[in-house]
Design a binder for this molecule. Structure first.
Ligand code: SF4
Ligand code: MG
Length: 322
């Protein structure tokens, strides 16, 4: 299989300083938040790569850089070999952009309330001068709605149906890659499963690749081919779902799994989650997880663990062993 998305050494910093006058009066230094730090991973074509972490882990920031909504501070994102932030040929950029779509958490906020569903779905195609005859109707049926729904407005639909409309709109431009940022977390649990199943089916039918962003490991367990766990902007573990759930090697992954609802035969003994996520402006030294880590040793606060291959996984922990 070939690699569709290649993320290398990706970092993103934000200046979150107070206005200069306040800083002078309060004698504050400039505040730089490192949202993403040296993240590298590949997504193979027609697979699902899930990025998982608590809020503030940098997952949405990575998603925005992958779709080109945000420039990296360092490193690169290549889609099919093209670096969105550095490519200068406008024709090539247009081609690559047309291959990428994004689906957001709140389906209502991302649908124009004054537009009919038909126009919402057709817009990305008509904006490029493409043929939209019967397109919305066809796509609505493909996402489990009715062709007649094309004439309705977003408020006439439930949350799950609205997310189906967002998916139909994303499909309209025949993308290769869909970046999904918490696509089901605003939905009821019963509806979540339906939307996830639909996304899975569409992936096979349309040969799609997903970058799936979630705070919830159990949501991605059954849809992901590969899972990357983020902590404070860094990848701390990456593995396929079976390996990750059966043998989580990073103490943070173990903590996330222990906090997740228990599944059958899921009798591991792990310390319950403790401590808050540290201040990303002044992250802990060494391994950023050390203040919360139940097994931290002296080395952990002094030396940052590199992400290293371990079996079929990659793990950033001094104490992780195969
Ligand atoms: Fe815990 Fe140390 Fe491993 Fe970090 S490097 S996760 S602090 S054991
Ligand atoms: Mg987010």
């Amino acid at each position: 299989m070939s690699i569709l998305v290649s993320v290398k050494g990706l970092s993103r910093r934000f200046d979150v300083s107070k206005p200069w006058l306040n800083r002078v009066l309060e004698r504050l230094p400039k505040a730089i938040l490192t949202a993403v730090s040296d993240v590298s991973f590949d997504v193979e074509e027609r697979t699902v790569y899930a990025l998982v972490g608590e809020s503030g882990s940098g997952k949405s920031t990575i998603g925005k850089m992958v779709v080109g909504l945000l420039q990296p501070s360092e490193g690169s994102v290549k889609i099919g070999g093209t670096d969105l932030a550095r490519e200068t040929d406008p024709a090539k950029l247009d081609l690559v952009r047309a291959d990428i779509q994004m689906i957001f958490q709140d389906p209502f906020a991302s649908l124009n309330p004054r537009w009919r569903v038909r126009d919402i779905i057709n817009e990305p195609v008509s904006a490029r001068g493409g043929d939209v005859k019967g397109l919305a109707e066809r796509l609505l049926e493909q996402v489990g709605l009715a062709a007649e729904d094309a004439g309705k407005f977003p408020h006439e639909f439930s949350g799950g149906q609205r997310q189906r409309i967002c998916i139909a709109r994303a499909l309209a431009s025949e993308p290769k890659l869909i970046v999904c940022d918490e696509p089901t977390s605003a939905l009821d649990v019963s509806v979540q499963a339906q939307v996830l199943n639909l996304m899975s089916d569409l992936k096979d039918e349309f040969g799609l690749t997903y970058l799936f962003i979630s705070h919830d490991l159990t949501v991605v367990q059954h849809v992901a081919d590969r899972i990357g766990v983020l902590y404070l902007g860094r990848l701390v573990e990456e593995a396929d779902p079976d390996t990750l759930f059966e043998n989580p090697r990073h103490p943070y992954t173990q903590m996330l799994l222990a906090a997740a609802p228990k599944m059958d035969g899921f009798g591991r003994e792990v310390e319950p989650p403790k401590g808050e996520i540290p201040d990303p402006i002044n992250p802990p030294t060494g391994c950023a997880f050390h203040p919360r880590c139940p097994i931290a040793v002296a080395r952990c606060s002094a030396e940052r663990p590199e992400l290293r291959p371990l079996g079929g996984a990659r793990v950033a922990c001094h104490l992780a062993e195969a």
